[in-house]
Design a protein around this ligand. Structure first.
Ligand SMILES: [Zn+2]
Length: 429
């Protein structure tokens, strides 16, 4: 059935859907790239299509997110590792990616051998696993890696930070005994809820089952799917089922969020793998009676691609990131030149509490400096004149505060302590 688009232009429903989808994709790409560029977080250059050049402020966000995830991972007993980026085709043949994923890989020839830039970290985790004989006592073994990945997305599909060729994933592979799988999966779902709560986001889950091009024994698939469903049900998580949407080697749980504008974004995934890593790489551990047994592997990312995650965060908060993530947490604004030295003193007090502070020592007028800091969505502005510097006090202007909202005057130490606490607690507002 034809639909009228405008005037005398008619289209089938399918054409209309495609048109709307493309328009939405263009809009998303324009906005995700736009606000990040405006905030001086990153830029793109056609010398490396689909790969962000991170500016100092963007890199600060990056490192803050990475630090928070590292802290969670340390608490949960992960061990961080790092594996090579250029990897022989032999590894991808063994994992199955050569048949299922080669078109998305960047290939490199050297000395008659074919290598690829790794599009994922998984197979290399098995090299680490197999570097020793593993006992049942060694499991769970949790290897985390901020892996630098390249995927050869067609240039027409690239879109701001949300669809890139180069990205870093907060990846992990957790090797477990069958009797440990359920507890591990529940714990990983808990990691997701915790990490998303740092941004006030509520994750939703989709359970994706065996696709038509799946590798391996259907009985193993059934077992993995049943375990996954049981774990999801046991946590009371809110989820939908997506039939045949799993990867070629494992069923998966996709994590979704709705942003502030009600748009749905697919974030990271959790997979239960009884096949690709355990079977194809012949992983074993020695059980209590000295027999070789097969471990199971959980692949999990929480942010997913850090590039994409940051792009979505910037969109969600319209650039006004929570204090703990904001690349500049406070701007100090001396009213006149003679107040710059005092501002530098307060800057030192705040930096000693690990706060990210800048002094606007330009010769702009005060109102201009305030406007610039507002444009950069800096959480706090502190205006300093004779009175404040003499009293070692500061009048604090909160981002987004209404004109009539009373401004608070605090001592310098008290101000630094208050902001440091807000950052440490990762408060969202
Ligand atoms: Zn993996």
């Amino acid at each position: 059935m034809l639909q009228r688009i405008y005037g005398t232009v008619w289209a089938t429903q399918e054409q209309l859907d495609q048109y709307l989808w493309r328009r939405e994709a263009r809009r998303r790409s324009a906005t995700t790239a736009g606000s990040g560029v405006q905030l001086d977080l990153f830029s793109f250059n056609n010398v490396s299509p689909g790969s962000a050049f991170w500016h100092p402020k963007g890199q600060r966000i990056w490192r803050t997110l990475e630090g928070a995830m590292r802290e969670l991972q340390e608490r949960r007993g992960y061990q961080e590792v790092s594996t090579p980026i250029v990897v022989s085709e032999r590894l991808w043949q063994q994992s199955g990616h050569w048949d299922h994923y080669r078109d998305n890989m960047f290939l490199i020839e050297s000395e008659g051998q074919t290598f690829s830039l790794k599009p994922m970290n998984c197979p290399e985790a098995t090299v680490l696993y197999k570097s020793k004989v593993r006992s049942y006592r060694d499991l769970p073994l949790r290897y985390s890696e901020f892996g630098r990945l390249h995927r050869n997305e067609r240039s027409g599909t690239l879109s701001g930070l949300t669809r890139v060729r180069h990205f870093i994933q907060d990846d992990a592979h957790n090797f477990v005994r069958p009797d440990q799988l359920m507890a591990e999966l529940q714990a990983v779902l808990g990691e997701v809820s915790e990490a998303y709560s740092w941004f006030g986001l509520e994750p939703r889950f989709a359970f994706a089952t065996r696709p038509d091009d799946a590798i391996g024994d259907p009985a193993l698939w059934e077992r993995a799917e049943a375990l996954m469903k049981e774990a999801l049900d046991s946590t009371g998580a809110n989820y939908v089922v997506k039939p045949k949407d799993g990867t070629f080697y494992a069923p998966k749980i996709d994590i979704y969020i709705d942003d502030a504008l009600g748009r749905e974004w697919q974030m990271a995934t959790i997979q239960i793998d009884l096949l690709m890593l355990p079977e194809r790489f012949d992983l074993t551990y020695v059980d209590e009676s000295g027999q070789a047994q097969r471990p199971m592997a959980i692949h999990r990312a929480i942010y997913g691609s850090l590039e994409r995650f940051i792009g979505i965060l910037v969109e969600h908060f319209a650039g006004a990131l929570p204090l703990w993530v904001a690349p500049v947490q406070a701007v100090l604004i001396p009213i006149a030149d003679r107040h710059v030295a005092g501002a530098r003193e307060l800057e030192a007090v705040m930096r000693s509490r690990a706060l990210r502070v800048e002094v606007d020592a330009s010769d702009n007028r005060m109102q201009n400096k305030i406007r610039i800091a507002q444009g950069q969505k800096v959480p706090y502005m502190v205006v300093l004149g004779d009175r404040e510097i003499e009293a070692r006090a500061a009048t604090v202007r909160r981002r987004g505060a209404g004109k009539d909202e009373p401004q608070e005057t605090l001592g310098w130490d008290e101000l630094a302590e208050r902001l440091a606490t807000e950052a440490r607690e990762r408060r969202v507002t």
